[in-house]
Structures are given as structure tokens and as C-alpha cells.
Ligand binder design. Structure first.
Ligand SMILES: [Zn+2]
Length: 239
């Protein structure tokens, strides 16, 4: 097997770690010239348009590193754009783990968008938290959630956080959301939610009541903001 054949077996050349298309990546040799340019080969994907530097030790082909330089930020790539796109250099092991999580994440978002939450396995909390009706199925339990009230004008300005009414753990069931707050407990029917939005840091759930919203930061080990938003929208659509 010559070097080119051996390189072609590297995971990032078999399939794109970012969009998971197969056979769409190519490796362009380093263009360093007179000390200018990158000393690394550039990996390009014709499917998603991402480019990355690939640092390969040809004496040990399992020992490669990757650094994404340009990535596709379209909604299906939400997870990988954060975890691969902004990570700097990643070891082979880290990059492959993130890539797998990114694939699972994207599949789950698509399932939720089609109303399929079978992967979530809702649970009946016993005893139920305050205000919750016994037997209600809990789909999400989210830590570190804040409940805000802005002035009505403030709703249109993202820069105004408003007053924090409460903070605590939010449970999302098939019928309602429940906040176990520091100050008191709150409950709203899912049809009181006007819309759910997300960005890289957080999800935001706007209530129909003017100026009121819930916000939860991205927390490691918890569903990410895009998936939280997709699940809540799916539960609302199934009312
Ligand atoms: Zn790709």
C-alpha cells in the first residue's frame, strides 16, 4: 500500500466528520512556500463546504489532529459548528467522538421535527414536583433555567434581559412546563408558549404573556439548545 492509499483510509477522508457525507472530502497538500502559508494539508468537503487543517504523522496514521478553519453554519450543523468548528486543534479521538455525537444530535433534531420523540423516553416522576398532575409524563428536566419579565418594548430588543422573576429547574411534560423556582413554583400550559428560539449559548421560550420568557444556557451533559427547542416545539405540535 503506498502513502496515498494509506492516507485515503484515514477517517476524515473516508467520510466528512462535519456533515457525515461519504467520499466527499479531499486532501490538498500543504502550500507552504518560502515559509509562508500553512504547513498543514487542507481537508475540504464538497458536500458541506467545510475546510480543515489535517496534521498527519505519516509514521503513525492513527495519530492525526484536525483543526476546522471554515465551517457551514446552517441549522443542521448546529452541534458540529460549535463543537468542531470552534474547538481549535482536536486529537483524532476527540474529533471522532464529537463527530459521532453530532450525527446523533442531527438525527434527533430531525426526528423531533417530524414529531418523533421515541428516543426521549419520558418518565413519570414519583412523587410529582409541586403543581404537576400525578401521572404526567416528563420529557425534559433542565437545570439552570431563568424566568424573565421585560417591558413590552423590551421584547423586541434582545439586549434587554429584563427582570429575573425566578430561576430553578424546569420540567417539560406533554401538557405543561413547570419551574421549581427559588421563590415559588410556576406552571404554564404548552399552548401558552408563543415560540421557542435558540442560539449558540441558550434556548429561549417566549410566552404569549407580553414580555415573559424562559431561558436556559447550554449545559454540558444536557440536551443542547437546538434540541431543547425542537423537543418543545414537537410537544406543542402534538397537543
Ligand atoms: Zn462535509
Amino acid at each position: 500500500m503506498d502513502d496515498a492509499d494509506a492516507l485515503a483510509l484515514l477517517p476524515p477522508l473516508q467520510g466528512c466528520l462535519y456533515c457525515h457525507a461519504e467520499g466527499t472530502t479531499t486532501l490538498l497538500p500543504s502550500r507552504q512556500f518560502l515559509g509562508l502559508g500553512s504547513e498543514y494539508a487542507t481537508l475540504k468537503c464538497s458536500q458541506c463546504g467545510s475546510t480543515a487543517w489535517l496534521d498527519v504523522d505519516e509514521s503513525d496514521l492513527d495519530d492525526w489532529r484536525i483543526r476546522y478553519r471554515r465551517v457551514n453554519r446552517a441549522a443542521p450543523y448546529y452541534y458540529v459548528s460549535i463543537h468542531l468548528g470552534k474547538a481549535g486543534w482536536l486529537t483524532a479521538e476527540a474529533a471522532l467522538t464529537i463527530s459521532t455525537s453530532g450525527y446523533v444530535q442531527r438525527t434527533r433534531v430531525q426526528q423531533a421535527q417530524h414529531g418523533d420523540l421515541s428516543w426521549l423516553k419520558p418518565i413519570v416522576l414519583s412523587p410529582p414536583p409541586p403543581l404537576m398532575i400525578p401521572g404526567e409524563k416528563t420529557y425534559l428536566a433542565l437545570r439552570g433555567v431563568t424566568y424573565h419579565q421585560t417591558s413590552v418594548q423590551g421584547v423586541w430588543s434582545r439586549s434587554e434581559p429584563g427582570v429575573v422573576l425566578d430561576s430553578g429547574k424546569l420540567y417539560v411534560t406533554g401538557e405543561k412546563i413547570y419551574l421549581l423556582g427559588q421563590r415559588r413554583d410556576w406552571a404554564h400550559r404548552l399552548d401558552e408558549i408563543e415560540r421557542v428560539d435558540y442560539d449558540e449559548q441558550a434556548w429561549v421560550l417566549y410566552l404569549a404573556a407580553p414580555g415573559q420568557y424562559y431561558r436556559g444556557l447550554r449545559v454540558d451533559g444536557q440536551l443542547d439548545p437546538q434540541l431543547v427547542a425542537a423537543v418543545i416545539a414537537a410537544l406543542q405540535a402534538s397537543l
